[in-house]
Design a protein around this ligand. Structure first.
Ligand SMILES: [Zn+2]
Length: 185
């Protein structure tokens, strides 16, 4: 059995087991059906099937969001999950942001009810078309554990790696050579 008591970070209350998180992420990742070639709509449909919950992707203009450096949010409402993502970045980064939030979903992360309640009031005017009163969990705005961030980011990175390799392997030309160069061959 692994012991974690040796970690000096534990005293700060921020320690988590990367080994355990990696195992959890790989277990979830191994069950995923990642489209080849990459197709975000198809992948979102796969996650919807897995969780039996509707997912709505909502591109947002940064100007409409609070200035806190948030690229994406996952709003868990009573009847659907909504992922917001900034359009003020590259298409690749937009895909990564959405995959990060999908990563939180797939890892079954949740915020506290208190976070959801405290954020609901400020979000309601920003998203008048959503049933913000039914907000059950929100990730992306509030402080949350390093373990959750680490796991969502690891899963998003694995998904995006597959997405990129699928795209590169279809080409025998410049893209393939670029892929080799990026992988250090
Ligand atoms: Zn996150």
């Amino acid at each position: 059995m692994q012991t974690e008591t040796a970690s000096p970070l534990r005293k700060l209350g921020t320690a988590f087991s990367r080994a355990r998180s990696d195992r959890n992420v790989l277990r979830v990742y191994s069950r995923l059906d990642i489209p080849q070639p990459w197709d975000m709509t198809e992948f979102v449909a796969h996650v919807e099937d897995t969780r039996r919950r509707r997912i709505t992707l909502m591109p947002v203009d940064d100007a409409n969001l609070p200035r806190n450096g948030t690229f994406g949010m996952w709003l868990a409402l009573a009847d659907e999950d909504v992922i917001t993502y900034t359009t003020d970045t590259t298409l690749f980064h937009q895909n990564h942001i959405v995959c990060h939030e999908l990563g939180h979903m797939l890892m079954r992360h949740r915020s506290t009810q208190a976070d959801a309640e405290s954020d609901a009031a400020s979000l309601a005017p920003l998203f008048p078309d959503l049933d913000i009163r039914s907000l059950e969990s929100i990730l992306g705005r509030s402080q949350f554990s390093t373990a959750r961030e680490y796991e969502a980011e690891q899963l998003a990175t694995l998904i995006m790696r597959d997405a990129c390799e699928g795209l590169l392997s279809r080409s025998q030309g410049v893209a393939a050579r670029l892929g080799d160069a990026l992988r250090g061959h």
